[in-house]
Design a protein around this ligand. Structure first.
Ligand SMILES: [Zn+2]
Ligand SMILES: [Zn+2]
Length: 251
């Protein structure tokens, strides 16, 4: 097992995880769940396909669970609150908590009425295992075409899955426990986490201004997801709902 093969698997996994993180934050989170920006229809289909083959998640379920998190942050109703369920349960069990909330028909009825399933969902995108199988096959074939043995692609897929799950868990666990709190809410900002998650680590800012497409609100904060949004806006592929940041009124 030459070290170059291992390194190739790690690099490939990191690239796939970053692509998945970028589409998660820009499409699933900022656009679909919060309507902070509108993506050009030409970008929506590729975004749906990327989410399908890199995560197997259903966008309308992700949006519903996430909207419920905002509506009931750190209460018994919150699908993944470290304050209620404990830090490690959310950090390591985030995907299971997400699934449990997504399976409750009430979650979708209440929080995703505007996101009905379409034909493409019913035929393909609702089938998580099919999407993941396509994604793993692409990764294995690409790595093989680049001259690496087949196992490198499989290892990269496994590392990506672990990386994506841990980072998603960290946004919900670390992002409600460790970090700075410039605004009055229970979420926290973590600059390192923000770098690893295309800006999602600026979670205290996000809870303060959920309809803002930009998460970096102070000097020195880095939000790669916002850079991507700006590139898309410059290419006429996205429209931001409001340029000025609207802070949520604290009760
Ligand atoms: Zn949160
Ligand atoms: Zn949000």
């Amino acid at each position: 097992m030459p070290w170059t093969d291992l390194l190739a698997a790690v690099v490939a996994a990191a690239i796939v995880t970053q692509i998945a993180a970028a589409v998660t934050t820009v499409y699933l989170h900022r656009s679909l769940a919060h309507r902070a920006l509108t993506l050009h229809p030409a970008l929506v289909l590729p975004s749906r396909l990327v989410i399908w083959i890199t995560t197997g998640m259903r966008p309308r379920e992700w949006a519903a669970v996430h909207r419920k998190h905002h509506a009931a942050t750190d209460t018994d109703e919150d699908p993944h609150s470290p304050a209620v369920l404990g830090f490690w349960r959310v950090q390591l069990g985030n995907a299971g908590l997400y699934r449990r909330a997504a399976r409750d028909p009430e979650t979708l009825r209440k929080y995703a009425r505007d996101l009905p399933a379409d034909r493409l969902d019913r035929l393909f995108l609702d089938h998580a295992f099919a999407g993941l199988a396509v994604g793993i096959t692409i990764l294995v074939v690409v790595m093989w075409a680049l001259g690496f043995p087949l196992w490198v692609g499989f290892l990269a897929a496994g590392l990506h899955a672990a990386g994506y799950l841990l980072l998603s868990g960290a946004i919900n666990a670390v992002g409600h426990r460790f970090g700075t709190q410039p605004y009055e809410n229970s979420a926290t900002n973590g600059r390192v986490l923000a770098l690893l998650t295309a800006g999602e680590g600026l979670h205290n800012n996000h809870h303060a201004a959920p309809t803002s497409a930009r998460f970096a609100l102070h000097r020195g904060e880095i939000d790669p997801g916002w850079w991507l949004v700006r590139v898309l806006v410059a290419c006429n592929l996205a429209e931001v709902r409001h340029e000025d940041v609207k802070l949520k009124r604290v009760a």
